[in-house]
Structure formats: C-alpha cells, structure tokens
Design a protein around this ligand. Structure first.
Ligand SMILES: [Zn+2]
Length: 207
C-alpha cells in the first residue's frame, strides 16, 4: 500500500498518511525521507481502518507522539485489527486508539493548509479522503485507483455507496486535481473520469 508524507516546504511541518509500515525496511525508508527533508511530523492521518493501512500506527505514534486522526465509523476495524491480522497470517502491535475522530466538519490543519475531509464510505464505512484545495491534491485511500476502484466485498463494503462517494464527492473536483490512492500509481480526476472503466459510463451498461 502507499504511505504518504505530505509537507510544507516553508515550515517543514508534515503529516504522515496511512503508516502501513510493517517490515523494518519500510520504516527505515519513511524515516530516511523524513530526516533528509527535515520534516517535523505533526499529525498521523488514516484514510480508513484496514490493517494494511494501520499496521504501522503503533510505530508511528511512538516515533512522533503526535495526534492520530481517523473517522469513527472504522473503529470496529481497529478493535478487530489483530483478529484480521491473524486471518491473513500477520502479527503486529495492537493499534493505538485514535486521539481524535474526524468528519466533514473537522478542520485538519498543517501549516497554512486546511485539509478538507470527504467522508467517502463504500470500501469501508469510515473511509475518508483528505483534500488540499490550494494545491489541488486528494489523498483518496482505497476509493478510486488508477484505472480501478476499491473492493467492496469486505466488512460493510457496498458498491452502490462507493459509486456514490466517488461520483458525488470526489468527482465534484475539477479534472486538474491530483489523486493519490492507497494502492498503485497516482493519477488525476480527469484521467479517471475519462478512462476508468468503472467510472466513465462503461460499467453502467453491465451493472
Ligand atoms: Zn482498504
């Protein structure tokens, strides 16, 4: 999965989004990037509560001692994280409880940036996107991918809810917005609106 470090070049304040780091080499790579760029991590943000995105929460929390923010509707996933891990044969430290729940009314600030929070359920009930409207950047979690969409066969997943989240919340933004998804390569709203087979009208012919 993709872990992002997003930071302000003037203040060097930054956030870490989805610290899914599990192996030591992953943690080292994140730490190297942060120290090479002199970034002060101020917040840990989770797009949602699936284990691949939160396995490193405990590590990140101990490393930076900063608030961890997520949407409350994914709390059942956090509570059951170790059981989920066991199902996939992975063991990791119990994820810490979030310090703050966020929803569409929350103001998440980093330097002069205020992230807009989109509640975008469908892949999981508490999935959110973090939008920097000034820089035209969206951290989309597992909602929309480059050429695909998030799976909806997991707990409380719902394809119709997901489609509604993408079409009516994420696609409200203009084509020039960058999209950074939770897996695979970055893309843009324009590219996905035009060419994503689930979103450009092709899917509706078969649904
Ligand atoms: Zn997921």
């Amino acid at each position: 999965m993709n872990c992002f470090v997003y930071w302000d070049e003037n203040s060097h304040d930054g956030v870490i989004i989805d610290p899914g780091a599990f192996e030591d080499f992953e943690k080292k790579e994140i730490l190297k990037y942060i120290s090479q760029n002199n970034i002060n991590i101020r917040l840990i943000l989770n797009t949602h509560g699936h284990i691949d995105h939160i396995m490193g929460n405990d590590w990140a929390k101990k490393m930076w001692s900063v608030p961890l923010l997520m949407h409350k509707d994914d709390m059942p996933l956090i509570d059951k994280a170790l059981d989920q891990g066991a199902m996939f044969g992975v063991t990791f430290p119990k994820p810490p409880a979030p310090d703050e729940f966020i929803d569409e009314k929350s103001e998440v600030k980093l330097a002069d940036t205020v992230f807009k929070i989109l509640h975008t359920p469908g892949h999981s009930p508490g999935s959110v996107c973090f939008v920097d409207e000034k820089e035209k950047v969206i951290f989309a979690g597992d909602t929309v991918f480059n050429g695909s969409i998030g799976r909806t066969d997991l707990w409380m997943g719902d394809i119709n809810v997901l489609m509604d989240s993408i079409q009516n919340k994420i696609f409200r933004y203009t084509d020039d917005y960058m999209l950074y998804p939770g897996h695979m390569d970055e893309t843009t709203i324009g590219e996905e609106r035009a060419n994503n087979p689930f979103l450009n009208g092709e899917y509706d012919k078969f649904a």
